[in-house]
Write a protein that binds this ligand. Structure first.
Ligand code: G
Ligand code: G
Ligand code: NA
Ligand code: MN
Length: 254
């Protein structure tokens, strides 16, 4: 309850902000996009991890307002990156299941596109595997409508759920995001990244782009590239960055 009250006042006093983590093409090294990730800095300067406060925001319904705010911040930032002369990047935004299922979701999404002037082709929504598989009819309909707006869809934390090939092929999606737990396994002798290999193979069969998150070393990047993974994200390239840090990082890279 205490944390929830603090979250409420954090929303009001703008102690929430958004950071951006680069995503690169594994073969060319080109930066292809960024993922928007929310941060909460408390008055005393310490951070509360999203893993702790997102569930609270979901349970209290606050996630609807927070999610809409993140979406707008991210769209505006992409427009700014372009104004600064950066090439067109993809902007990935996490969408909670509560937010996605809210009756006003599509309307708010549309309003965010119109108000920020972002080209929807460069916007991507990340939903988790479990969300995508629940309530198939509703999900299918909503996902189709999102895609009709020109927005792409990625399945986040892929490999942690139990989707079957037949379920997956029905979904109108663009990208599978390999959970970082399976990228970590690539460095271990024992388990050897079999799940990562399987997800990449699944992506190939379904003609989906595959991105791996949580890449921390060059060995992992090379293994993923060898397995046919297209894109990557992780500390090897950059941690999530403030907008000014991101543009600096980008300019130093090219
Ligand atoms: O950035 P970090 O690794 O701390 O994020 C932890 C988790 O919080 C991730 O699973 C991420 O998807 C989630 N998360 C980060 N930002 C947002 C957001 O804006 N909305 C939602 N729904 N989840 C987010
Ligand atoms: O949306 P998702 O839960 O996948 O968010 C990714 C989370 O992983 C973010 O909280 C981000 O800060 C974190 N992260 C990003 N890159 C790395 C990495 O290379 N290693 C680890 N351990 N975490 C990472
Ligand atoms: Na994510
Ligand atoms: Mn993820």
């Amino acid at each position: 309850v205490r944390l929830l009250q603090n979250l409420r006042s954090a929303v009001e006093s703008e102690r929430l902000f958004v950071v951006y983590q680069p995503q690169v093409n594994l073969a060319s090294g080109a930066v292809v996009g960024v993922e928007a990730l929310i941060r909460w800095r408390k008055e005393d300067g310490s951070f509360v991890a999203p893993d702790r406060f997102i569930p609270l925001a979901e349970a209290s319904g606050m996630i609807v307002a927070i999610g809409d705010w993140v979406l707008r911040m991210a769209c505006r930032e992409l427009v700014r990156f372009q104004a600064l002369g950066l090439p067109t990047l993809r902007m990935s935004v996490n969408v909670s299941q509560i937010q996605f299922r809210h009756p006003d979701f599509l309307e708010k999404l549309n309003a965010a596109l119109l108000d920020t002037g972002i080209n929807p082709r460069y916007l991507e929504l990340e939903i988790t595997e479990s969300v995508a598989m629940e309530d198939a009819d509703f999900m299918l309909e909503t996902l189709h409508m999102v895609r009709e707006l020109g927005i792409s869809i990625a399945i986040d934390d892929f490999g942690t759920g139990y989707s079957s090939l037949s379920q997956l092929r029905q979904l109108p999606i663009d990208r599978l995001k390999i959970d970082r737990a399976f990228v970590g396994e690539l460095s271990q002798q024992v388990s050897g990244g079999h799940i990562a290999a399987m997800v990449i193979e699944l992506g190939r069969n379904l003609k989906l782009t595959v991105i791996a998150e949580g890449i921390e070393d060059e060995g992992q990047a090379q293994s993923l590239l060898g397995l046919g993974c297209h894109e990557g994200q992780g500390y090897l390239y950059a941690k999530p960055l403030l907008p000014a840090q991101f543009t600096e990082w980008y300019q130093a890279r090219v």
